[in-house]
Design a protein around this ligand. Structure first.
Ligand code: ZN
Length: 306
């Protein structure tokens, strides 16, 4: 069983309305490949690009929710929406779980009811920012590097009450520490080790150890630039980042957050969804079976409220 904490298929389908979730070969993740691999649960992020005018951002987010309901959930009778650990545990052997997430709070502006609406529609994990800044916090690309705003603190309170995972991937350094102080359910859905690859999107050892001390989930991501710092990466590079987090004590934290369909680059040997099973076989040649279980799904499950 594999649980993948991050992908951008909804964004690709929104941007390319002529594509279909079922078969489009341009998509790294499509139904055809999903039915053939061991991915049990896929997280689908709503990601609104920053060139959408501010007054249309929430509308774009709702369009992606619509794509999730109308294309992903309706793509096959065995695809079920999941929002909790119990939902996943109740999936039958041939069923797949789809979880809705939000990457960046910019579409909600300063409006908590917009955020609550997305939660009511099923969003279970929320990345506070993309790389830029928004009403909640600064992202890692904003030079100012501010942490949570007053509104951001209200948002975290809401997440704590509604048992929503607070995702620190993309967040500013200060924002990261503010979240670690205030959020009950912090995770990093798609970030790697800064020590191995000094990309600003990665987490340094201090940050990783802080997540590990809470047994918070850290999804290693298949983005070449975050693995090696350049356009080329292979599955060994992915395993090096996994091992790095493991060696920091992250046996019960590290997992997978592919970012399939989120970037143009790809890892050699992990080009798309059809390569996942072979990758897990490769993991078993380097790590114990027990750890591979934790890495592929158990650590994510343990982070999900019931
Ligand atoms: Zn991302």
């Amino acid at each position: 069983m594999i649980i993948d904490a991050h992908c951008d298929v909804l964004y690709q389908l929104w941007k390319n309305p002529e594509w279909s979730f079922e078969h489009s070969p341009e998509l790294r993740i499509n139904l055809e490949r999903w039915l053939e691999n061991d991915v049990k649960v896929q997280c689908f992020a709503i990601f609104v690009p920053d060139d959408v005018p501010a007054d249309l951002q929430f509308h774009a987010a709702l369009q992606m929710v619509d794509i999730f309901y109308d294309q992903v959930l309706k793509s096959h009778p065995n695809v079920k929406m999941v929002r909790s650990r119990q939902d996943i545990e109740l999936l039958k052997e041939n069923e797949k779980g789809a979880m809705l997430t939000l990457e960046g709070c910019h579409p909600i502006g300063h409006d908590i009811i917009k955020l609550k609406t997305l939660i009511h529609l099923g969003v279970k994990a929320v990345g506070l920012t993309w790389n830029n800044s928004n009403g909640v916090c600064d992202g890692i690309g904003e030079e100012r590097g501010a942490g949570l705003s007053q509104f951001g603190r209200e948002v975290i309170e809401l997440f704590n009450t509604y048992e929503i995972l607070t995702d620190v991937s993309h967040l500013s350094y200060q924002g990261f520490w503010d979240v670690m102080e205030t959020a009950k359910y912090p995770i990093a859905s798609h970030s790697n080790s800064y020590k191995l690859c000094s990309h600003k999107r990665n987490l340094d050892d201090k940050q990783l150890k802080a997540l590990i001390s809470k047994q918070a989930f850290v999804g290693v991501t298949f983005v070449p630039e975050f693995l090696t710092g350049h356009k080329n990466a292979d599955t060994k590079d992915v395993m090096n980042h996994i091992e790095k987090i493991y060696r920091l004590g992250g046996e019960n934290s590290v997992g997978l957050g592919s970012d399939f369909d989120g970037t143009a680059g790809f890892v050699k040997g992990l080009e798309n969804y059809s390569k996942y099973n072979a990758f897990v076989q490769e993991l078993k040649t380097r790590f114990s079976t027990e750890f591979v279980q934790k890495l592929t799904h158990q650590n994510f499950l343990n982070n999900l409220p019931t």
